[in-house]
Design a protein around this ligand. Structure first.
Ligand SMILES: Nc1ncnc2c1ncn2[C@@H]1O[C@H](COP(=O)(O)OP(=O)(O)OP(=O)(O)O)[C@@H](O)[C@H]1O
Length: 310
Protein backbone atom coordinates (compact mmCIF):
# COMPACT_ATOMS: atom_id res chain seq x y z
CA UNK A 1 0.00 0.00 0.00
CA UNK A 2 2.66 2.49 1.09
CA UNK A 3 6.40 2.36 0.52
CA UNK A 4 9.40 4.63 0.55
CA UNK A 5 12.25 4.30 -1.93
CA UNK A 6 15.68 5.38 -0.80
CA UNK A 7 14.35 8.46 0.99
CA UNK A 8 17.04 10.99 1.87
CA UNK A 9 17.04 14.45 3.39
CA UNK A 10 19.74 16.79 4.67
CA UNK A 11 19.42 20.08 6.50
CA UNK A 12 22.28 22.50 5.88
CA UNK A 13 24.73 19.72 5.25
CA UNK A 14 23.51 17.57 8.16
CA UNK A 15 22.13 14.26 6.97
CA UNK A 16 18.82 13.67 8.76
CA UNK A 17 17.63 10.69 6.70
CA UNK A 18 19.61 8.54 4.32
CA UNK A 19 18.40 5.82 1.95
CA UNK A 20 15.36 4.80 3.99
CA UNK A 21 13.20 2.01 2.59
CA UNK A 22 10.03 1.27 4.51
CA UNK A 23 6.89 -0.48 3.40
CA UNK A 24 3.50 -0.91 4.92
CA UNK A 25 0.63 -3.23 3.94
CA UNK A 26 -3.06 -2.44 4.39
CA UNK A 27 -4.09 -2.73 8.03
CA UNK A 28 -0.56 -3.28 9.27
CA UNK A 29 0.88 -1.69 12.37
CA UNK A 30 4.45 -0.52 11.90
CA UNK A 31 6.80 0.89 14.50
CA UNK A 32 9.60 3.31 13.78
CA UNK A 33 11.94 3.14 16.69
CA UNK A 34 15.05 5.13 17.41
CA UNK A 35 16.65 7.59 19.81
CA UNK A 36 16.18 11.37 19.59
CA UNK A 37 17.53 12.72 16.35
CA UNK A 38 17.49 9.34 14.58
CA UNK A 39 15.43 10.78 11.72
CA UNK A 40 11.96 9.45 12.56
CA UNK A 41 10.10 12.77 12.35
CA UNK A 42 11.88 13.73 9.15
CA UNK A 43 10.94 10.37 7.61
CA UNK A 44 7.25 10.64 8.45
CA UNK A 45 7.15 14.28 7.34
CA UNK A 46 8.33 13.12 3.93
CA UNK A 47 5.86 10.20 3.90
CA UNK A 48 3.00 12.55 4.64
CA UNK A 49 4.18 15.00 1.94
CA UNK A 50 4.85 17.82 4.42
CA UNK A 51 8.53 17.78 3.54
CA UNK A 52 10.08 17.20 0.14
CA UNK A 53 12.89 14.64 0.05
CA UNK A 54 16.26 15.57 -1.48
CA UNK A 55 16.12 12.24 -3.26
CA UNK A 56 14.00 9.11 -3.26
CA UNK A 57 10.23 8.91 -3.30
CA UNK A 58 7.17 7.72 -1.41
CA UNK A 59 4.61 5.58 -3.21
CA UNK A 60 1.00 5.13 -2.29
CA UNK A 61 -0.59 2.28 -4.24
CA UNK A 62 2.33 2.62 -6.65
CA UNK A 63 1.88 6.34 -7.31
CA UNK A 64 4.43 8.98 -6.39
CA UNK A 65 3.43 11.11 -3.40
CA UNK A 66 5.75 13.87 -4.60
CA UNK A 67 3.82 14.12 -7.83
CA UNK A 68 0.40 13.61 -6.28
CA UNK A 69 0.52 14.85 -2.68
CA UNK A 70 -3.26 15.14 -2.42
CA UNK A 71 -3.69 11.38 -2.77
CA UNK A 72 -1.84 10.71 0.48
CA UNK A 73 -3.43 13.63 2.31
CA UNK A 74 -6.84 12.07 1.67
CA UNK A 75 -5.99 8.71 3.22
CA UNK A 76 -3.63 9.85 5.95
CA UNK A 77 -4.35 10.98 9.50
CA UNK A 78 -1.33 12.63 11.10
CA UNK A 79 -0.83 13.12 14.82
CA UNK A 80 2.18 15.41 15.14
CA UNK A 81 4.60 15.53 18.05
CA UNK A 82 3.54 19.05 18.97
CA UNK A 83 -0.05 19.71 20.05
CA UNK A 84 -1.70 21.52 17.13
CA UNK A 85 -4.92 22.93 18.58
CA UNK A 86 -6.52 26.30 19.27
CA UNK A 87 -6.21 26.67 23.03
CA UNK A 88 -9.01 29.25 23.31
CA UNK A 89 -11.56 27.05 21.56
CA UNK A 90 -13.34 24.01 22.97
CA UNK A 91 -12.51 20.51 21.74
CA UNK A 92 -15.80 20.54 19.83
CA UNK A 93 -14.96 23.87 18.14
CA UNK A 94 -11.48 22.68 17.24
CA UNK A 95 -12.88 19.56 15.62
CA UNK A 96 -15.47 21.59 13.75
CA UNK A 97 -12.72 23.79 12.39
CA UNK A 98 -10.56 20.86 11.24
CA UNK A 99 -13.59 19.00 9.86
CA UNK A 100 -14.42 21.97 7.65
CA UNK A 101 -10.86 21.96 6.31
CA UNK A 102 -11.47 18.35 5.29
CA UNK A 103 -14.63 19.50 3.49
CA UNK A 104 -17.14 18.09 5.97
CA UNK A 105 -20.33 20.08 6.55
CA UNK A 106 -23.67 20.02 8.38
CA UNK A 107 -25.04 16.79 9.80
CA UNK A 108 -22.21 14.70 8.42
CA UNK A 109 -19.66 16.89 10.21
CA UNK A 110 -21.68 16.85 13.43
CA UNK A 111 -21.96 13.06 13.40
CA UNK A 112 -18.27 12.63 12.68
CA UNK A 113 -17.26 15.00 15.49
CA UNK A 114 -19.33 13.02 17.97
CA UNK A 115 -17.93 9.73 16.66
CA UNK A 116 -14.28 10.79 17.08
CA UNK A 117 -14.95 12.39 20.48
CA UNK A 118 -16.44 9.11 21.63
CA UNK A 119 -13.46 7.27 20.23
CA UNK A 120 -11.00 9.28 22.31
CA UNK A 121 -13.25 9.29 25.38
CA UNK A 122 -13.89 13.05 25.50
CA UNK A 123 -17.62 13.26 24.76
CA UNK A 124 -18.40 14.65 28.22
CA UNK A 125 -15.68 17.30 28.11
CA UNK A 126 -16.18 18.54 24.54
CA UNK A 127 -17.55 21.94 25.55
CA UNK A 128 -14.53 22.88 27.67
CA UNK A 129 -11.69 25.04 26.42
CA UNK A 130 -8.71 23.05 25.25
CA UNK A 131 -6.38 25.10 27.45
CA UNK A 132 -8.06 23.61 30.52
CA UNK A 133 -7.19 20.08 29.37
CA UNK A 134 -4.21 18.03 30.54
CA UNK A 135 -1.47 17.33 27.99
CA UNK A 136 -2.82 13.82 27.53
CA UNK A 137 -6.34 15.05 26.84
CA UNK A 138 -5.03 17.57 24.31
CA UNK A 139 -3.18 14.77 22.57
CA UNK A 140 -6.42 12.82 22.42
CA UNK A 141 -8.15 15.77 20.73
CA UNK A 142 -5.25 15.84 18.27
CA UNK A 143 -5.89 12.19 17.54
CA UNK A 144 -9.59 12.82 17.13
CA UNK A 145 -8.81 15.56 14.61
CA UNK A 146 -6.60 13.17 12.65
CA UNK A 147 -9.51 10.68 12.44
CA UNK A 148 -12.19 13.06 11.13
CA UNK A 149 -11.80 12.18 7.45
CA UNK A 150 -11.80 8.38 7.89
CA UNK A 151 -8.11 7.86 7.13
CA UNK A 152 -6.76 4.48 6.02
CA UNK A 153 -3.42 5.20 7.65
CA UNK A 154 -2.73 6.87 10.98
CA UNK A 155 0.76 8.25 11.53
CA UNK A 156 1.65 9.11 15.09
CA UNK A 157 4.84 10.91 16.05
CA UNK A 158 5.76 9.98 19.62
CA UNK A 159 2.21 10.53 20.85
CA UNK A 160 2.87 9.59 24.46
CA UNK A 161 5.85 11.83 25.19
CA UNK A 162 5.27 13.97 28.27
CA UNK A 163 1.76 12.84 29.13
CA UNK A 164 0.27 11.29 32.25
CA UNK A 165 0.26 7.49 32.58
CA UNK A 166 -3.54 7.23 32.41
CA UNK A 167 -3.76 9.10 29.10
CA UNK A 168 -0.79 7.15 27.81
CA UNK A 169 -2.47 3.88 28.48
CA UNK A 170 -5.73 5.18 26.99
CA UNK A 171 -3.97 6.26 23.78
CA UNK A 172 -2.16 2.95 23.40
CA UNK A 173 -5.36 1.01 23.89
CA UNK A 174 -7.20 3.22 21.41
CA UNK A 175 -4.54 2.79 18.75
CA UNK A 176 -4.56 -0.95 19.23
CA UNK A 177 -8.32 -1.13 18.84
CA UNK A 178 -8.33 1.07 15.75
CA UNK A 179 -5.72 -1.17 14.22
CA UNK A 180 -7.12 -4.54 15.23
CA UNK A 181 -10.86 -3.92 15.09
CA UNK A 182 -11.17 -1.30 12.37
CA UNK A 183 -8.22 -2.34 10.24
CA UNK A 184 -6.60 1.08 10.36
CA UNK A 185 -2.96 0.93 9.28
CA UNK A 186 -0.71 2.54 11.87
CA UNK A 187 2.78 3.98 11.61
CA UNK A 188 3.91 4.68 15.14
CA UNK A 189 7.16 6.36 16.07
CA UNK A 190 8.55 6.09 19.53
CA UNK A 191 11.64 5.72 21.59
CA UNK A 192 9.73 3.57 24.05
CA UNK A 193 10.46 -0.03 23.22
CA UNK A 194 7.53 -1.33 25.28
CA UNK A 195 5.04 0.74 23.28
CA UNK A 196 6.10 -0.56 19.91
CA UNK A 197 6.28 -4.08 21.31
CA UNK A 198 2.69 -3.76 22.43
CA UNK A 199 1.32 -2.13 19.29
CA UNK A 200 3.33 -3.02 16.26
CA UNK A 201 3.49 -6.06 13.98
CA UNK A 202 6.78 -5.03 12.44
CA UNK A 203 9.53 -2.65 13.42
CA UNK A 204 12.11 -0.50 11.75
CA UNK A 205 14.98 0.51 13.98
CA UNK A 206 16.54 3.81 12.97
CA UNK A 207 19.79 5.39 14.04
CA UNK A 208 21.71 8.32 12.54
CA UNK A 209 19.21 8.68 9.70
CA UNK A 210 19.36 5.07 8.54
CA UNK A 211 17.29 1.95 9.08
CA UNK A 212 19.73 -0.34 10.81
CA UNK A 213 17.38 -3.30 11.31
CA UNK A 214 13.86 -4.28 10.33
CA UNK A 215 11.55 -7.18 10.93
CA UNK A 216 8.97 -8.64 13.27
CA UNK A 217 9.73 -8.58 16.98
CA UNK A 218 10.67 -12.25 16.83
CA UNK A 219 12.97 -11.73 13.87
CA UNK A 220 14.73 -8.87 15.59
CA UNK A 221 15.15 -10.77 18.82
CA UNK A 222 16.62 -13.69 16.91
CA UNK A 223 19.57 -11.41 16.11
CA UNK A 224 20.53 -12.10 19.71
CA UNK A 225 19.38 -15.71 19.81
CA UNK A 226 22.86 -16.81 20.77
CA UNK A 227 23.00 -14.47 23.75
CA UNK A 228 21.42 -13.96 27.12
CA UNK A 229 21.40 -11.16 29.63
CA UNK A 230 22.44 -11.43 33.27
CA UNK A 231 20.92 -8.76 35.51
CA UNK A 232 22.81 -8.03 38.69
CA UNK A 233 21.32 -5.88 41.44
CA UNK A 234 24.00 -4.30 43.61
CA UNK A 235 23.70 -2.70 47.01
CA UNK A 236 25.51 0.32 45.59
CA UNK A 237 27.31 1.12 42.32
CA UNK A 238 30.81 -0.33 42.15
CA UNK A 239 33.20 1.04 39.55
CA UNK A 240 35.85 -1.61 40.20
CA UNK A 241 33.44 -4.44 39.47
CA UNK A 242 32.17 -2.69 36.35
CA UNK A 243 35.73 -2.25 35.04
CA UNK A 244 36.70 -5.83 35.77
CA UNK A 245 33.63 -7.26 34.05
CA UNK A 246 33.99 -4.90 31.12
CA UNK A 247 37.54 -6.12 30.60
CA UNK A 248 36.43 -9.77 30.73
CA UNK A 249 36.67 -11.21 27.20
CA UNK A 250 33.90 -13.74 27.85
CA UNK A 251 31.36 -10.95 28.40
CA UNK A 252 30.01 -9.38 25.23
CA UNK A 253 28.74 -6.19 26.85
CA UNK A 254 28.65 -4.68 30.33
CA UNK A 255 25.99 -2.04 30.93
CA UNK A 256 25.27 0.05 34.01
CA UNK A 257 21.60 -0.07 35.04
CA UNK A 258 19.55 1.71 37.67
CA UNK A 259 19.94 -1.17 40.09
CA UNK A 260 23.38 -2.40 39.17
CA UNK A 261 24.70 -4.09 36.03
CA UNK A 262 23.48 -5.92 32.99
CA UNK A 263 25.82 -8.32 31.22
CA UNK A 264 25.24 -9.69 27.74
CA UNK A 265 26.91 -13.07 27.53
CA UNK A 266 26.90 -16.02 25.09
CA UNK A 267 23.95 -18.31 25.79
CA UNK A 268 24.74 -21.12 28.18
CA UNK A 269 28.02 -19.60 29.34
CA UNK A 270 28.53 -20.47 32.96
CA UNK A 271 29.50 -17.03 34.17
CA UNK A 272 27.84 -16.86 37.58
CA UNK A 273 30.73 -18.22 39.65
CA UNK A 274 33.11 -15.83 37.91
CA UNK A 275 30.79 -12.87 38.55
CA UNK A 276 30.55 -13.64 42.27
CA UNK A 277 34.32 -13.96 42.52
CA UNK A 278 34.76 -10.60 40.78
CA UNK A 279 32.23 -9.07 43.18
CA UNK A 280 34.17 -10.39 46.14
CA UNK A 281 37.45 -9.03 44.79
CA UNK A 282 35.88 -5.60 44.40
CA UNK A 283 34.01 -5.66 47.68
CA UNK A 284 30.66 -5.40 45.85
CA UNK A 285 27.49 -6.58 47.53
CA UNK A 286 25.26 -8.53 45.10
CA UNK A 287 21.60 -8.43 46.14
CA UNK A 288 20.06 -10.42 43.30
CA UNK A 289 21.01 -12.08 40.01
CA UNK A 290 18.58 -12.81 37.17
CA UNK A 291 19.16 -14.43 33.80
CA UNK A 292 16.94 -13.05 31.05
CA UNK A 293 16.25 -13.79 27.39
CA UNK A 294 17.12 -10.79 25.21
CA UNK A 295 14.65 -7.93 24.85
CA UNK A 296 14.26 -5.53 21.93
CA UNK A 297 16.09 -3.02 24.10
CA UNK A 298 19.08 -5.39 24.06
CA UNK A 299 18.79 -5.72 20.28
CA UNK A 300 18.98 -1.95 19.96
CA UNK A 301 21.96 -1.79 22.26
CA UNK A 302 23.66 -4.57 20.34
CA UNK A 303 23.14 -2.79 17.02
CA UNK A 304 24.10 0.72 18.09
CA UNK A 305 26.23 0.24 21.17
CA UNK A 306 23.94 2.73 22.92
CA UNK A 307 20.78 2.68 24.97
CA UNK A 308 17.56 4.02 23.42
CA UNK A 309 17.22 6.65 26.12
CA UNK A 310 20.08 8.13 28.06
N1 LIG B 1 14.16 21.64 10.08
C1 LIG B 1 15.36 21.19 10.44
N2 LIG B 1 16.46 21.97 10.30
C2 LIG B 1 17.68 21.51 10.64
N3 LIG B 1 17.93 20.28 11.14
C3 LIG B 1 16.88 19.47 11.31
C4 LIG B 1 15.53 19.87 10.98
N4 LIG B 1 14.70 18.82 11.25
C5 LIG B 1 15.48 17.84 11.73
N5 LIG B 1 16.77 18.20 11.77
C6 LIG B 1 17.91 17.36 12.22
O1 LIG B 1 17.80 16.12 11.56
C7 LIG B 1 18.10 15.04 12.44
C8 LIG B 1 16.93 14.09 12.54
O2 LIG B 1 15.85 14.73 13.24
P1 LIG B 1 14.42 14.09 13.45
O3 LIG B 1 13.59 15.12 14.14
O4 LIG B 1 13.92 13.54 12.18
O5 LIG B 1 14.74 12.90 14.45
P2 LIG B 1 13.76 12.08 15.36
O6 LIG B 1 14.22 10.67 15.30
O7 LIG B 1 12.35 12.34 14.99
O8 LIG B 1 14.05 12.64 16.79
P3 LIG B 1 13.08 13.27 17.85
O9 LIG B 1 12.56 12.11 18.59
O10 LIG B 1 13.98 14.12 18.68
O11 LIG B 1 12.05 14.06 17.10
C9 LIG B 1 18.49 15.68 13.75
O12 LIG B 1 19.89 15.80 13.76
C10 LIG B 1 17.85 17.05 13.70
O13 LIG B 1 18.56 17.97 14.46
Amino acid sequence: MLETEELSKSFKGITAVEGVNIYMEKGESIGLLGPNGAGKSTTISMISSLLRPDSGDVRLYGKSVIQEPNAIRRVLGMVPQEIALYQELTAYENLKFFGRIYGLRGKQLEAKIQEVLELVGLTDRQKQLVRTYSGGMQRRVNMAAAMLHNPEILIMDEPTVGIDPQSRSHILEMVRELNQKQGLAVLYTSHYMEEVERLCDRLYIMDHGRVIAAGTKEELKSILSGEEAILIDLERPNGGLFNELEANQAIIQTIETEKGLKLIVPKGSKMLAEIFQAAERNDAQILRVNVQVPTLEDVFLHLTGRKLRD
